[in-house]
Design a protein around this ligand. Structure first.
Ligand code: M6R
Length: 366
């Protein structure tokens, strides 16, 4: 079953070009973004909503945080994202014009299911589930469904489920933009083209594995690591930190790079590895000045960027570059190296990669 791979996690990381291609197959075949991708009744529902409330746990929550940038920027709709276990126990004020979107690989996560029920009880009539397991509890309880087609995910650490959730959520953002009159034909064609090229770009990122692996020995003896990102790449830093904690048991924290000087910079010294997600987007110059703040305190930088940033290594600054900046879908491509880093650090530390201690694949209890 594992083929040439040593663990399910490694296999699932490498399956991502295929999983993404499968998840967008219907869209690419149609050649247009259409509401039907989300179910028969989706056109009226999606055209009528005035905002999006996303509810999820863990990695699925980070997919939601990434989607917020796309939904607000591309569709111009307000979007809030909340951890399901928090939402379900607070007195939330429902706006029935908001679509509830739950994200769950398994479709069985208890907190997400209970948050969905709670949202309905508060008077939210419209619900959409983004899920990887057909006919599981959460999609069954939802009005609209988009199934990711990652295939069975066995490793406890979620990998291909996350990147396929991202493409499903990007598809949702563009579809909402279209239904709300905020998408011209040229831009629609551009987004479609970006998705069509995505499996290839993810494959290029996978080809960076030997370079990422070469970093693993430097992380293995550490007790702590920081992950930095800005904008749409901040949730990818959070996902990178979660992966490292989960399977290598190294304490890792993610911060928006602009927050450093408001506290976490006090942690930085020569012992602290700092991973930075720094693609060539409009925040790159800001991220570079945050990196200087780290270097000035002796922190060692491990930077994931792309060729377009023309950003080179220097003393205490290690750099791995993806072949090119892929624009709006860049968070998907930059997920790959942080997954591979966690995997190789865990191998170097000899942990049980596919079954990390204390964790279950599907959290069906509180
Ligand atoms: O099945 P779900 O997507 O609802 O699961 C949510 C989380 O339990 C899950 O993403 C968890 O955080 C992963 N183990 C992270 O790798």
């Amino acid at each position: 079953e594992l083929g040439p791979y040593s663990h399910f996690m490694q296999k699932e990381i490498h399956e991502q070009p295929r999983a993404i291609a499968d998840t967008i197959e219907a869209l690419i075949d149609d050649g247009v973004f259409s509401a039907e991708l989300f179910g028969d009744k989706a056109a009226d529902v999606l055209a009528g909503v005035e905002g999006i409330q996303i509810l999820a746990c863990g990695t699925s929550y980070y997919a939601g945080l990434t989607a917020r940038y796309w939904i607000e920027e591309i569709a111009g709709l307000p979007c809030t994202v909340e951890i399901a276990s928090e939402y379900r126990y607070r007195t939330a004020v429902a706006n029935p014009k908001y679509l509830i979107v739950t994200i769950s690989q398994s479709g069985e996560t208890l907190d997400t299911m209970e948050a969905l029920k709670y949202a309905k009880s508060l008077g939210h009539p419209h619900t959409l589930s983004i899920c990887n397991v057909p006919e599981s509890a959460i999609p069954r309880a939802s009005e609209l469904v988009y199934y990711t087609r990652a295939g069975a995910e066995i490793g406890v650490a979620s990998t291909k489920a996350f990147t396929t959730q991202l493409v499903a959520l990007f598809t949702l953002a563009v579809t909402l933009a279209k239904l709300h009159g905020r998408l011209d034909e040229a831009t629609e064609a551009e987004h479609l083209d970006a998705l069509r090229h995505l499996p290839g770009s993810v494959q290029h990122a996978l080809n960076l594995e030997p370079q990422v692996k070469a970093w693993a020995d430097r992380f293995a003896p550490k007790d702590h690591a920081l992950f930095l990102g800005r904008g749409v790449h901040y949730p990818i830093a959070m996902e990178g930190a979660l992966k490292l904690k989960e399977i290598s048991y190294i304490h890792a924290e993610a911060y928006p790079a602009g927050e450093l000087k408001h506290g976490p910079l006090a942690l930085v010294d020569a012992q602290m590895p700092v991973v930075v997600i720094a693609p060539n987007d409009r925040l790159l110059e800001k991220v570079k000045s945050n990196m200087q703040e780290v270097r000035a305190r002796g922190g060692e930088l491990f930077v994931f960027t792309d060729e377009d940033s023309h950003f080179g290594p220097s003393e205490g600054v290690h750099v791995i570059r993806a072949p090119r900046h892929v624009g709006v879908l860049s968070p998907v491509v930059h997920t790959i190296p942080v997954q591979m880093l966690a995997y190789h650090v865990a191998l170097a530390r000899g942990t049980d990669v596919d079954k990390p201690r204390n964790l279950a694949k599907s959290v069906t209890v509180e």
